[in-house]
Design a protein around this ligand. Structure first.
Ligand code: KIV
Length: 275
């Protein structure tokens, strides 16, 4: 079944959990889509896990369009969400609508995600009015790493917790169809999830969220620069891949690969005419 912004909202109403993973290219999107996931986020985390940046600040619109197109080509049923990169929407409402439109037209995303609460509501409203569904993102918003002073859990004090509840209500009112809660204490996410009617998608935000999202390299053990506390490793593919690469190197070094079955034949008659 094709997932849409509408089916996400219906899932919450029915009490069904929503599952999401990130993807950044065609072949991985296909594998994830075939697993029956509800949504694929082409996250600006691409900057860290694929491009090797230390944060998401340097990711460009061109990067996001390039990766979103690849993911969209590999996805049949999951909802494809494209992240709006740093400074593609903060600068003005006009830029926000214009760049969200590019992610839809050129990237073939089905909706966009942007970071921020009350301050970004005018952008959310304008993009939604342009018929582009918006997933909001509050709590730890990695594009604000420099003003937050690092990648830290958010909403721990009474004031900060109240602000997050207000932010969740505000993005819902502005028209967002769902909201990511990143690095938010589990009990606070539970309150937020009850207070709003749009689904909350948690990452480091506890089990009471209406859905969950993880970066696929983290959950498959393919990105070991650092592993956030909230990650569960479902496989250690990094180690499996290293073993496979070592086996390949050994086979090539010993002349075991390629074997006869990996090659192509030519008739002896043709060969005899070559000498
Ligand atoms: O860019 C990303 O991967 C994200 C998720 C962590 C929610 O925003």
């Amino acid at each position: 079944m094709k997932n849409t912004a509408i089916t996400f909202r219906e899932a919450k109403a029915k009490g069904e959990k929503i599952t999401m993973l990130t993807a950044y290219d065609y072949s991985m999107a296909k594998i994830i889509d075939n697993s029956g996931i509800n949504g694929i986020l082409v996250g600006d985390s691409v900057g860290m896990v694929c491009l090797g940046y230390e944060d998401t600040i340097s990711v460009t619109m061109e990067d996001m369009i390039h990766h979103t197109r690849a993911v969209a080509r590999g996805t049949e049923n999951a909802l494809v969400v494209a992240d709006m990169p740093f400074m593609s929407y903060q600068t003005s409402v006009y830029d926000a609508v214009f760049n969200a439109g590019r992610l839809m037209k050129e990237g073939r995303a089905q909706c966009v995600k942007l970071e921020g609460g009350v301050d970004m509501c005018d952008r959310i409203e304008a993009i939604t009015k342009a018929s582009i569904p918006v997933m909001a993102h509050i709590g730890l918003t990695p594009q604000s790493v420099n003003s937050l002073g690092g990648f830290k859990v958010q909403g721990k004090s009474e004031e900060a917790a109240k602000e997050l509840i207000e932010a969740a209500k505000a993005v819902e009112k502005a028209g967002a169809f769902s909201v990511v809660l990143e690095c938010v204490p589990a009990k606070l996410s539970e309150i937020i999830s009850k207070e709003i009617s749009i689904p909350t998608i948690g990452i480091g935000a506890g089990a009471s969220c209406d859905g969950q999202i993880l970066v696929y390299q983290d959950m498959l053990g393919m990105f070991n620069d650092f592993t956030p506390k909230f990650v569960k490793k479902y496989a250690d593919l990094g180690a499996t891949m290293t073993e496979a690469f070592k086996a390949y190197i050994e086979d090539v070094s010993k002349g075991i690969f390629p074997a006869l079955e990996h090659g192509f034949k030519i008739s002896e008659e043709v060969i005899s005419k070559l000498y």
